[in-house]
Each structure stands twice: as C-alpha cells, then as structure tokens.
Design a protein around this ligand. Structure first.
Ligand SMILES: [Zn+2]
Length: 160
C-alpha cells in the first residue's frame, strides 16, 4: 500500500492516504502560495515515520500563513499529542476546522466538519459543540463516547 497523495484543487492542497515513510511533504513547502491551505480530511492513518515527517513539515512552515482544514480524527489525535505538526502550541490557531466522527443513541454514524471559530468555551470548558442527528434528531456525541474536551484538547493545552 503506497502512502500519501497530495493534489491541489482550487486554492487548497489535499493530503490523503497513509502518512508513513513515503510522506514527503516538502513539495508543499516549496509552494509560494501567500496562504497555504491544507486539507487533511483524507488522511486515514499516520505512523511514527509519518509523524516525524509531519514534525519536520511543521518546523518548515516557520512563520508562513497556513490554514489547516478538516483535520481527520487521526490528525486531531496526533496534534493533541504533538502540536509541533502544526508548528507548535502557539500556532494551533492555524487549525480552522476538524472532522468529528459522531453518533447518536440510535447509532447513526456521521462525519461532521466542526469550525473551530464556532466552538464556545466557558471557563476553559467546552460547551456541547455538536448539533442534533439529522436522521432522528437525538443528541450527537463523539463515536466511542470520547470526551469533546479531550478531542479539542489542542485548543486548551497550555504546554508548549
Ligand atoms: Zn440518529
């Protein structure tokens, strides 16, 4: 199974597939777009070599204007552990949206794009960010009963 695929559609680069030892992100760094828009919704897996590659990529971004869009759940998990992949904790505002895998009590699975700017915090506590299920109108929660506060940990992580 080959690794990552990168293509540009409109003004956005789409990164898809497995981020592994084949993940050469330097071709993106070589682009001179005034704002680098990077969509990660198609990333299914990241291994330790892919993570190393992403950390180098995050460092290579330096102070460029970058927007990380629709981070897939594996990338969200990775950012929560290693913010360096977006350039470090001080750069998490580069993350504009993420994909959340949700389900309701009737087990209707859905992938929802959450805009970070729409999230509301009260005293560092995230208010329920998820809308109702489109099929049955029940409350939605993270698939696997994950805590939204953990899923969006990268927003409140004060470590550098
Ligand atoms: Zn439902």
């Amino acid at each position: 199974m080959s690794g990552v695929r990168v293509f540009k559609r409109g003004d956005t680069y789409f990164i898809e597939g497995m981020l592994n030892e084949d993940a050469n992100m330097s071709a993106i760094l070589a682009q001179n777009d005034p704002v680098l828009r990077l969509n990660f919704k198609g990333v299914k897996m990241i291994n330790s070599l892919g993570l190393s590659s992403m950390i180098r990529f995050g460092e290579g971004l330096a102070d460029r204007r970058v927007e990380f869009l629709e981070l897939s759940p594996v990338i969200v998990d990775a950012v929560n552990i290693v913010p360096l992949i977006v350039g470090g904790q001080k750069k998490v505002s580069r993350i504009k949206s993420v994909i959340a895998p949700l389900t309701c009590k009737n087990k209707h699975p859905t992938l929802v794009t959450i805009q970070i700017k729409d999230l509301k915090f009260k005293n560092q506590i995230l208010e329920n960010p998820f809308s109702k299920c489109e099929r049955c109108n029940e409350d939605m929660q993270l698939d696997g009963e994950g805590d939204p506060q953990d899923y969006f940990f990268f927003l409140t992580n004060s470590d550098d």
